[in-house]
Design a binder for this molecule. Structure first.
Ligand code: GLY
Length: 305
């Protein structure tokens, strides 16, 4: 058994370990851990602690993949709902679909017993409004929200506000390799924008025969390169874990146009190896790791390429 997650995972990482040790299905263990991350205001890129879109509304994305069946559930741009990784799991378990978005996802949440949650943290609302006032100026702000939003999308791509996600990957006691993601997406994103966290193949992918990968940071890059799928397909083709990630990084490095602010790839293979690689994200990137030989999880530094 092993569990790998990005640095934002700390409020729920031990919950997932405890459930894995009890023999729970890896997806249940990870979704339960992610629920703690989604409700923790200290995590400023996921759930209640995240940042709103340009209109000041929270819209959440999440995805889960069962590597043993290759079933996927995902939700995108979901309003008024905090445990969205659990909602993605519910989509996978209940519907013939893979992905729901927006109002349809919220309707499904209500039908399946999810509460309507308060999702906009007071501090996020204050920071969002102050930034909007600065960008629109005194005359523009009087017209808000009846202003064109597209011109704001370049100026409010704020490098100080994260584009992060929480990603969990595990190998469970049932020989299953699975992955789950959750995010509030970019701060100040255009309403309706989906990142890579709900997009199978881009932000996450798992196949119990070979391994799993999940990405954080700029979804606009991994969606163009199918990064998570690239890693797992390379494992299937016989690449080592390091070479599989190298291939995915080479593809990201070929991008020259568009918004290119870096990606962190988290990956595990079916032999029990793991790697976390930072491709051009600023700052030091850390991750959480635990396996059954360890008495406690460790926070470790990602490799930078
Ligand atoms: N990777 C998170 C996002 O692009 O929203």
């Amino acid at each position: 058994m092993l569990l790998l997650a990005n640095s934002e995972a700390y409020p729920g990482f031990e919950t997932s370990i405890d459930l894995l040790k009890k023999g729970e299905h890896g997806l249940d263990a990870m979704v339960a851990g992610i629920a703690h991350v989604e409700r923790d205001v200290r995590v400023r890129s996921v759930g209640f602690g995240g940042w709103p879109n340009m209109l000041g509304r929270m819209e959440f994305d999440a995805g889960v993949m069962d590597g043993s069946t290759r079933e996927v559930g995902s939700v995108g741009a979901v309003p008024d709902t905090l445990p969205v990784a659990a909602l993605a799991r519910k989509v996978m378990q209940t519907l013939p679909h893979v992905m729901l978005t927006g109002d349809g996802a919220r309707r499904f949440a209500t039908e399946t017993g999810f509460s309507i949650d308060e999702t906009l943290y007071e501090d996020s609302k204050r920071v969002w409004w102050e930034r909007l006032e600065k960008e629109l100026g005194p005359e523009g702000i009087k017209q808000f929200p009846d202003v064109p939003l597209a011109p704001l999308s370049k100026t409010i791509t704020d490098p100080e506000r994260v584009r992060d996600t929480t990603v969990f990957l595990c190998s469970d006691a049932r020989q299953g390799i699975h992955t789950a993601t959750s995010t509030s997406g970019w701060a100040w994103k255009y309403p309706g924008r989906l990142g890579d966290s709900p997009i199978p193949g881009a932000g996450f992918y798992a196949d119990s025969r070979y391994g799993a990968a999940a990405c954080t940071h700029t979804g606009e890059m991994t969606m163009r390169c199918s990064t998570a799928r690239t890693v797992v397909l390379a494992l299937k083709l016989g690449y080592s874990l390091g070479d599989a990630i190298k291939l995915a990084v080479e593809e990201l490095a070929e991008l020259t146009e568009g918004f290119l602010a870096g990606v962190v790839i988290h990956a595990i293979d079916a032999k029990g190896n793991h790697e976390v690689v930072n491709f051009r994200c600023p700052g030091d990137i850390a991750y959480w790791y635990w396996d059954e030989t360890m008495s406690a999880p460790e926070k470790r530094a990602a490799k930078t390429v």
